[in-house]
Design a protein around this ligand. Structure first.
Ligand SMILES: NC(=O)c1ccc[n+]([C@@H]2O[C@H](COP(=O)([O-])OP(=O)(O)OC[C@H]3O[C@@H](n4cnc5c(N)ncnc54)[C@H](O)[C@@H]3O)[C@@H](O)[C@H]2O)c1
Length: 260
């Protein structure tokens, strides 16, 4: 199967956190759109994923990279530039979502969440944007969260990290517009990704126990990684050539529902 999104065929895309979950679904949609994809992730499962796509004739490569480390990103970019020469689209998807309120969030947890979810995005944008500036065109998509706009006690550092992404998105959208680099942010609603299911399991919960919350979603279901990926690929394509600095929630109406 292939999907036609103008401006993506044979382009090079970096997807951070592309080894599994929402990131793997984003990789799939770019591959189906004819792009070459570099997966940047700490989880070596991405190597197997890349191999599976290569067997089917697609150019997908895995690079081990910790986005919270400038040195790791420097090595990533050295390898990606050698393999592809340019980068057209950067999807900052890597993220962690451990729970913690003000008192239970210690300094180490705060640093880890902010380091991956926010500093990692700044570092990736800083590393990739010179390549985009060189070609006077590019797209950056940041994966945010509706928690950025919610006061939920036990997502303190996470919510702040995703709130920071909104500011970063707007700031960079303006700063990079003179180079025709568009920067947008996609807020997934609720996806049963590997990371989310592991979180449920750690609290002794599962899909059945989540049903009341799922049924409260106005459009009646959780989102899939593919729901999020379709929006990411649309925003990366020439269909979205005049869209920058925007936040788009893909949440089945979760953000406009009446409180439970
Ligand atoms: N699942 C949801 O309901 C949901 C909702 C809103 C936002 N999000 C956001 O979507 C993104 C993807 O989440 P997911 O649900 O697919 O989670 P996931 O845990 O299934 O996948 C996250 C991926 O990021 C990678 N990663 C983690 N730390 C990294 C690091 N330091 N460097 C490089 N890669 C790293 C992991 O190895 C993994 O492959 C995250 O930014 C998350 O905050 C998810």
């Amino acid at each position: 199967m292939s999907i036609h999104y103008p401006g993506l065929r044979d382009r090079t895309v970096i997807v951070t956190g592309g080894s599994r979950g929402i990131g793997a679904a984003i990789v799939e949609q770019f591959v189906l759109g004819g792009a070459n994809v570099a997966i940047a992730d700490v989880d070596a499962q991405g190597e197997k994923l890349a191999e599976r796509w290569r067997v089917e004739g697609h150019d997908v490569r895995f690079y081990r990279c910790d986005v919270s480390s400038g040195e790791s990103i420097r090595k990533l970019m050295e390898a990606v530039e050698q393999d592809y020469a340019s980068v057209d689209v950067l999807v900052n998807n890597a993220g962690i979502f451990p729970r913690g309120d003000l008192q239970s969030t210690d300094e180490a947890l705060w640093d880890r969440v902010i380091g991956i979810n926010l500093k990692g995005v700044y570092l990736m944008c800083q590393a990739v944007s010179p390549l985009m500036i060189r070609q006077e065109k590019g797209v950056i998509i940041n994966i945010g969260s509706m928690h950025s706009a919610k006061g939920e006690d036990n997502t303190m550092a996470y919510a702040v990290s995703k709130g920071g992404l909104i500011t970063l998105t707007r700031n960079l959208a303006h700063a990079l517009s003179k180079h025709r680099i568009r920067v947008n942010c996609v807020h997934p609603g609720w996806v049963a990704s590997e990371g989310e299911v592991a979180r449920w399991e750690s609290m002794g919960s599962d899909m059945d126990k989540m049903q009341p919350a799922i049924q409260a979603i106005p459009l009646g279901r959780m989102q899939t990684g593919t729901d999020i990926a379709h929006t990411v690929v649309f925003l990366s394509s020439d269909f979205a050539d005049q869209i920058t600095g925007q936040m788009l929630a893909v949440d089945g109406g979760g953000s406009i529902r009446k409180p439970l």
